[in-house]
Design a protein around this ligand. Structure first.
Ligand SMILES: [Zn+2]
Length: 414
């Protein structure tokens, strides 16, 4: 994290928490130096945050001789956030602490293709059931992050319509859930959410492009620590960039020879099925996971097709790398589980076709979170909002006004 060079005048308690959460401040002395606040003003803000259950002080800092300094940290037990990552055909739900750590998770058949009514009425029930079964107090939940496999208007939390989400166009996802859940609900596109999760999971991140290669293909961009969405939220639609070598196949978007048409998991399933590719037990290929399993088993056609997909993806990413100059390109999604054949195809083309400067320190790597990228990203989407300086200051003002938030756990762990 970049060190803040100048003191922040009149830093609030919320800003002090941000310094700690970002890793910029570890001690009271750090806070004083970074904010220019007096010792007593720092103490007052830290007391407020500790009383609210948001900050913890631990006597295990690194000593430079003498008593070890008290280290400040975000209190993981200061509340819970819920993460709901809804795919087209399956979904995941998790309970996370304030550092984004997954405390409990489960998979479900609840998914976007079930239609908005089933999901929007079912999700709150599903949340209630999970909290009860896992023994979590619902009053400790501070926010919910939801990912859906299609574009979302960030300001309104409405689905923005895509063939991948039939029946969802214009559905007010966040406002509808908000009526059933007594805490803030945040909704975004799954690829953006996964990019955020992957960024937070990597200590070394820097600007990052996350590619979800699955049934379809899309990308999420994190620049300066934030998801880059573009003017209308349509940034990262790499699946609809045409690639060379196609035969004029029309895509649902209206263009021909889109990357998604020629290199996605859907294309691989259809091609392998058309070639009569089967598992040794005679089973046909019906999912992206099947494609990956067949390639892992060394089936020549599957390996060839996955590698060819990697090259086409590399062709598009070569341009993306030239435009954005990311520090890291992360390959995620079910198809990325194919590992080397896909990764090798991507690297081969990107390192050959992108500029020397853009690739000098570029890393092209598999996702570290794998299946958990969506859940982790959902948790951070909610945490970044509820732990923002403004939200924290509002919470503290409410506490000072005597209306304690039920979600705050004041009992700090030893
Ligand atoms: Zn297209």
């Amino acid at each position: 994290m970049a060190r803040r060079a100048n003191p922040i005048p009149h830093s609030s308690a919320g800003e002090v928490l941000r310094l700690v959460r970002d890793g910029d401040a570890e001690t009271r002395a750090d806070v004083a130096r970074l904010t220019g606040l007096s010792r007593s003003a720092v103490a007052a803000r830290i007391d407020e945050l500790v009383d609210a259950g948001l900050l913890a002080e631990r006597a295990d800092g690194v000593s430079t001789g003498g008593r070890p300094p008290i280290r400040l940290e975000l209190n993981p037990q200061g509340g819970l956030v819920l993460a709901a990552s809804l795919g087209s055909s399956r979904g995941q739900l998790a309970v996370c602490d304030l550092t984004g750590r997954v405390l409990a998770s489960r998979e479900t058949r609840m998914a976007a293709q079930g239609g908005p009514d089933a999901v929007l009425t079912g999700l709150p029930d599903w949340i209630d059931t999970m909290l009860a079964e896992e023994g979590f107090d619902p009053a400790r939940v501070r926010g919910v992050g939801v990912a859906v496999p299609g574009p979302v208007e960030l300001d309104t939390g409405r689905a923005a319509g895509a063939p991948t989400l039939p029946g969802w166009d214009g559905v007010a996802i966040a406002p509808t859930l908000q009526r059933r859940l007594p805490v803030p609900v945040y909704v975004d596109n799954d690829v953006n959410v996964m990019a955020l999760g992957e960024y937070r999971a990597r200590a070394d991140a820097g600007d990052l492009v996350f590619v979800k290669a699955s049934t379809g293909i899309g990308a999420g961009i994190v620049a300066d620590g934030k998801v880059y969405r573009g003017a209308l939220g349509a940034a990262g639609e790499i699946g609809h960039i045409p690639v060379a070598g196609g035969t004029g196949v029309r895509c649902w978007c209206g263009n021909v020879d889109c990357l998604e048409v020629l290199a996605s998991g859907r294309h691989l399933i259809e091609t392998l099925a058309a070639h009569g590719a089967r598992f040794p037990d005679g089973r046909e290929v019906s999912s992206v996971r099947d494609v990956v399993a067949l390639a892992a088993a060394g089936q020549p056609e599957a390996v060839r097709l996955v590698r060819e997909s990697g090259r086409m993806l590399g062709e598009v990413l070569a341009s993306v790398v030239n435009v954005l100059n990311p520090a890291v390109v992360v390959l995620g999604g079910d198809l990325a589980d194919a590992g080397d054949p896909l990764l090798a195809g991507v690297r081969e083309v990107v390192y050959r076709r992108s500029t020397a400067v853009a690739t000098r320190e570029l890393r092209i790597v598999p996702s570290v979170l794998g299946e958990a990228a969506g859940l982790t990203g959902c948790a951070f989407m909610a945490l970044d909002q509820i732990l923002s300086p403004d939200s924290v200051d509002t919470t503290l003002a409410r506490l000072a006004g005597g209306r304690a938030l039920p979600s705050v756990n004041r009992a700090l762990p030893a």
